[in-house]
Design a protein around this ligand. Structure first.
Ligand code: F6R
Length: 364
């Protein structure tokens, strides 16, 4: 079943161009270059607020989507992890859309949060990978991902497929809210169509990443930094590393580093910086310099332009294709997944069955 792959996780990382394309094909009409959502019996244009609830990696997909819903559709978004949300008595106003993201569709806390929102008059949308799951059955709007069965405990392909669906949803919401012209929608759809090729280009760096894994494997702590939509990616990178290699890792918003975590920096703490070139790049570079000035070793993940500008003096650089900011989070997921994977292999841990973890968390 694993074919030529050593682990399910590795196979699932490499399946991403295919399954993202498969997922996108049910959300876009390639000829018209428009987004197509399943039928719904509520008025999406009337949505005043979105509440996103999820756990773990699915929560990080939701954090990326928050940036998209706010930037493109100008709809305010509240987001929380399910275990906090369900007990904090959140304020849920009428006309709200509650959006749940889950690979399994069975995560106990997320399901309880969904039921709470339903009882409190929210319209329920779910992004799930298992179409027969409890969450899928209880939704007003079911937005399936077509990642296929995910066997590795650490989520990889489900995450990028969630992002693909959420990007399509954000574009559609923006259109019905009158924040995008039909031409702008077509442009977004063209970028989405390019995502699978960009994922392939990112996967082509597998060997480089494997070759640098020994630089990270001896570390006790690793920091991941990112800004904007790359901030959730930094947290996702840290989560993947801790889950499968058992190295302590933290994902931080680049600008927060000087408010505390910078105290940790020394030669022994590698800092992984996720920074596509763009308006926020200079700011992240200055955070990188603060790390270097304290002896910190930086691994820069950026595009050719970013690496040309800031790659010198880094411990290593990983070059990603230059892509539209909308698909950057999908593309940058790949190197953080591969880095965690190769570090775990270097350490000899059980990649597909990490200790203490279950694939589906059906108890709270
Ligand atoms: C991380 C991971 C977990 C899950 C989380 C939510 O690699 O797999 O953090 O993302 O348990 O699971 P789902 O998406 O099934 O609700």
């Amino acid at each position: 079943e694993k074919g030529n792959y050593r682990h399910y996780m590795q196979k699932e990382i490499f399946e991403q161009p295919t399954v993202v394309a498969q997922t996108l094909s049910s959300y876009i009409r390639p000829v018209e270059q428009t987004v197509a959502l399943p039928q719904m019996d509520f008025d999406l244009a009337g949505v005043k607020r979105i509440t996103i609830v999820a756990c773990g990696t699915s929560y990080y997909a939701g954090m990326v989507a928050k940036y998209w819903f706010e930037t493109f559709a100008r709809v305010p978004v509240d987001i929380d992890v399910a275990s906090e949300f369900r007990y904090r008595d959140p304020v849920l106003e009428e006309g709200g859309l509650a959006l749940f993201i889950s690979q399994s569709g069975e995560t106990a806390d997320t399901l309880a949060a969904l039921r709470h929102c339903k009882e409190n008059g929210q319209t329920i949308a779910v992004v799930v990978n298992v179409p027969t799951s409890s969450m899928a059955r209880e939704a007003d709007l079911l937005l399936p991902t077509h990642a296929g069965p995910e066997i590795g405990v650490a989520s990889t392909k489900a995450f990028t497929c969630q992002l693909a669906v959420l990007a399509a949803l954000a574009a559609h919401l923006a259109l019905v809210k009158g924040k995008l012209t039909a031409e702008e929608e077509r442009e977004i759809v063209r970028h989405l169509i390019e995502a699978p090729a960009a994922l392939n280009a990112a996967l082509a760096h597998d060997d480089d990443i494997a070759a640098m894994a020994h630089l990270i494997a001896p570390a006790r702590d690793v920091l991941y930094l990112g800004r904007g939509p790359d901030y959730p990616l930094a947290m996702e990178g840290a989560l993947k590393l801790k889950e499968i290699s058992y190295i302590h890792a933290e994902g931080y918003a680049s600008g927060e580093m000087k408010h505390g975590p910078i105290a940790l920096i020394d030669e022994a703490v590698p800092v992984i910086v996720l920074a596509p070139s763009g308006p926020l790049f200079e700011k992240t570079v200055s955070n990188m310099q603060e790390v270097r000035a304290r002896g910190g070793k930086v691994v820069l993940i950026s595009d050719a332009e970013g690496i040309a500008e800031a790659g010198e003096g880094c411990l290593a650089t990983i070059e990603m294709p230059s892509v539209h900011p909308l698909i950057a989070p999908l593309v940058y997921a790949v190197p953080v997944q591969l880095l965690a994977y190769h570090v775990a292999c270097a350490k000899g841990t059980d990649v597909d069955q990490p200790r203490n973890l279950a694939k589906s968390v059906t108890v709270e």
